[in-house]
Design a protein around this ligand. Sequence first.
Ligand code: FAD
Length: 260
Amino acid sequence: MRSVVCMKAVPSTTEVRMDPKTNTIIRDGRQSVANPFDTAALEVALALKDELGGRVSVLSMGIPDTCRLLRDAIARGADDALLLSDRAFAGADTLATSYTLSMGLDELGDADLVLCGKMAVDGDTAQIGPELGGILGVPCVTGVSEVLEASDHRVVVRHDTDEGTEVAEVPLPAVLTVTKDIATLRMPSIAGVRAAAGAEVRVLDAATLGADPACCGLAGSPTQVVRSFVPERSHEAATIAGTPAEQAAALLEVFEEVAR
Ligand code: FAD
């Protein structure tokens, strides 16, 4: 089984700083961690490798500091890692991100299985997995909570739906997005830490990747985040007295005030 795990570096706290000009997160790497959904995806890939053999690669688009997280993934059992890093990729929306990641998948060569987290805890759109499936022209199953069977040409998975859960048989190659609870990432082994210390994390910029600058970063993003802000937290509390009708009228006034 040849699998690729897409791993995003996300801020480790909710206290993030936004760039006022581009309304994107200032990703300076100081407090970034691997997106929790993606560490679960990595464990699924490693467990499939234990069962079926093969190779696990980790792919990320991010700032150079992301190498730290990719090296940690190697310490936990991934065979290799590729980081796509270039100022041209900055500010990407999900369309530009999935285009860039698809170029990285081309670079890594044919994968039987591309594993993504169901969503990234910062952007939280849950769009990348399905977009990768569309670009690659392969099936994509989202919200996978259990892998029931796996072979080199198909997997049988349980996944979340709006009504509950469903079992799906998926021909490979395919893209799966997984829930956070599907697995807990194993600890790094001593041998893994040693291997990671000497491992090369390949870093490719847009030119080396052969990416079309018009499809990357802010330039390749038809959608822009207009405004993101950390909501002010206030602890004032007010009690609205009166009859239910009076309370409803007073509450409506509060909502109208907030919406102004
Ligand atoms: P999701 O689709 O939520 O991530 C799903 C999975 O895709 C991840 O678990 C991971 O496996 C993989 N993945 C995602 N990004 C990467 C990466 N850089 N490297 C490797 N794997 C990755 N963009 C929009 O197009 N529309 C929006 O409405 C939007 N809103 C945003 C709001 C906020 C607060 C922020 C910070 C960003 C927003 N963005 C939006 C930008 C978006 O975060 C980026 O496009 C991002 O690179 C992918 O989107 P996502 O984080 O929502 O990923």
